[in-house]
Structures are given as structure tokens and as C-alpha cells.
Design a protein around this ligand. Structure first.
Ligand code: RIB
Ligand code: NA
Length: 311
């Protein structure tokens, strides 16, 4: 294989404000910190996988603007292959306005911009990468049809797929389940997709069983501080993976750190049990919540204990 992990997904410029609490509708409040960072779920996941030490490529679209130019440099700085990162003058680079409160909670508005112009033509160009990778990862910050097509292309070439239905949409094409080797969502996405409450390990297990029935190979439902549940097709036992105890400064992008790490383990340790991959991915994501920002807080291999990388 040419690559270990290929991500077909989004890039966003994150415009982050820290405030004591999230503003209410119609309200203006004073924040105490502002910064601009590299984000977008697709790129975040790709960067986390790359930082753990695998060969990655990103398939995405940014604007022909300052933010797009900077983003391409960011991929290069992180060792991500950029041949399939395209620039368009028809739309701006995607942007995310993020507010983070003192409890580490966040609220986000994304304007996808150029991300929505990634389509069949670009996928065709990227076929050599999509068909020659160990793992392909997709999310929902680009056009869902593009994500689905990329997953189908990967499947046709016996490439393992991870699908992260984020941000969740209520009318998700049922084909997504059938082409997902691992379907990985958080509690609120699981709620939206199943229509029932997902707040406890028990409820996550039930939601996971429902998602599994729709045709995916395995399901992971993440529960923040409660860890995650892992369900494999054909097995009925509940596997709950607890999360490490951490004091969260900023949980933005923690889910992306988890998915990126999961992709790393699937590519590098394909025979490891899925719950062990999830346990280690939880530890990696746990490091990311201790610092403000998304990619700025994602750990490199050198920051992590050696045992995270042993069989
Ligand atoms: O998952 C976190 C990401 O979601 C942020 O980086 C922001 O860009 C939004 O897309
Ligand atoms: Na963080």
C-alpha cells in the first residue's frame, strides 16, 4: 500500500473565542482570549494520525485565498501528502466560529465554503490514493454524496473504512452503514440517528445495537468522560471502554483526535482487538483536552508513552 491512512474530508479555519460562558440568543458578552487555528474534522483526524507516525494523504478542497494557502503549508508541516489538496477560486476556505466556555464546553458554527465543492472529479483524481491505502476515513463536513462515493471506492478496493457521521444529519443515506467497517459517532450523533436518548453506557449500547443492525461491521459510540462502547457484528457482549480521568480545558476536536488515533491503530496494528484500539485512542484524545485548541493540542508520538505503540 502507498498510504496508511487517507482522509477524504474537510478543512476549516477555526476562529476561537474563550468566554466565561456561551452567549444566549441576541446577547453580547465579553470573552478573554481569541486565536485562529487549523481545524475541520477531516483535517484534524488526518493530522492526528500523521502525528502518531503513519503515512497519510488528505483529499480536500480549500479556497484560493490566504487561509487556503496557509492550510496547505500546515499539511506539509505535519508530513501529510498534499497532491490531492485542491484550491478553488469559486468559494472561500471553510471557517468555524467557535466559542469555548470556562468549563471547556463549546458551541460551533461552520461555513463549509470550498469543502462543498469537493466532488466526483477530485475523487477520480485521488483514486490511486483511495484504492491504495490501508484505511480510509470520512465525515460529514463535505457533501454527503462525496463522502459516500469515497467510501464505496475504498470498499471496491478492499480498503478498510471508518465513518464518522459528524456533524450528524437526520436523513443519513442508509448506504453509509453498509460501507462502514467501523461506524464511530458520539452520543448526540447516536441520538439523532436512532431517535432515542443516549446519555448512559446502557443507552449507548442499545443505540449501538440499532446502528449495527443497519449493516456496519462494528460500531463505536463515544461518551466523553464516560469513555465509549464498542460493538462488533456477530457478537452480543457489551464492551465498555472507560476513559482516563482528565481535567478538560477544551474538548473541541477531542472526537477527531480519537478517530485519527483509531485510524492509526487500524492501519498499524490491524490485528489488535477493536476495544484495545478504542482504549488507546481514548488515551490519545485524553491528552488533547488538556490544552486549548484542536490541532495545537493533538499529541505527537514522541509525547506519548512507549506502551501506546506496542502490540
Ligand atoms: O471537531 C472539531 C472541529 O469541528 C473544529 O476544528 C471545527 O473546525 C469544526 O469543524
Ligand atoms: Na484541545
Amino acid at each position: 500500500k502507498v498510504f496508511d491512512v487517507v482522509v477524504v474530508g474537510s478543512c476549516m479555519t477555526d476562529l476561537v473565542s474563550k468566554a466565561p460562558r456561551l452567549p444566549k440568543a441576541g446577547e453580547t458578552i465579553h470573552g478573554h482570549k481569541f486565536f485562529i487555528g487549523f481545524g475541520g474534522k477531516g483535517a484534524n483526524q488526518c493530522i492526528q494520525a500523521a502525528r502518531l507516525g503513519v503515512k497519510t494523504a488528505m483529499v480536500c478542497k480549500v479556497g484560493k485565498d490566504f487561509f487556503g494557502d496557509n492550510y496547505i503549508q500546515n499539511f506539509k508541516d505535519n508530513g501529510v501528502h498534499t497532491e490531492f489538496v485542491k484550491q478553488s477560486s469559486d468559494a472561500v476556505t471553510g471557517a468555524a466560529s467557535i466559542t469555548v466556555d470556562d468549563a471547556g464546553e463549546n458551541a460551533i458554527v461552520i461555513v463549509a465554503g470550498a469543502n462543498m465543492l469537493l466532488g466526483a472529479e477530485e475523487l477520480q483524481e485521488a483514486l490511486p490514493a483511495i484504492s491504495h491505502t490501508k484505511v480510509l476515513v470520512c465525515q460529514l463536513e463535505i457533501s454527503p454524496q462525496t463522502s459516500l462515493q469515497a467510501m464505496c471506492m475504498a470498499r471496491d478496493n478492499k480498503v478498510k473504512t471508518i465513518f464518522n457521521p459528524a456533524p450528524a444529519i437526520p436523513d443519513l443515506d442508509p448506504d453509509f452503514y453498509r460501507v462502514s467497517d467501523v461506524f464511530c459517532c458520539n452520543e448526540s450523533e447516536a441520538e439523532l440517528l436512532t431517535g432515542s436518548s443516549v446519555a448512559s453506557v446502557e443507552e449507548a449500547h442499545r443505540a449501538g445495537q440499532e446502528l449495527l443492525k443497519r449493516g456496519c461491521g462494528s460500531v463505536i459510540v463515544t461518551l466523553g468522560p464516560q469513555g465509549c462502547v464498542v460493538l462488533k457484528g456477530g457478537e452480543s457482549t457489551l464492551k465498555h471502554v472507560p476513559a482516563p480521568e482528565v481535567t478538560a480545558v477544551d474538548t473541541t476536536g477531542a472526537g477527531d483526535s480519537f478517530i485519527g488515533a483509531l485510524a492509526f491503530y487500524m492501519a498499524n496494528h490491524p490485528h489488535m482487538p477493536l476495544e484495545e484500539m478504542a482504549r488507546r485512542a481514548n488515551l490519545v484524545a485524553g491528552v488533547s483536552v488538556r490544552e486549548i485548541g484542536t490541532q495545537t493540542s493533538f499529541p505527537y508520538r514522541r509525547d506519548l508513552p512507549n506502551e501506546y505503540f506496542q502490540e
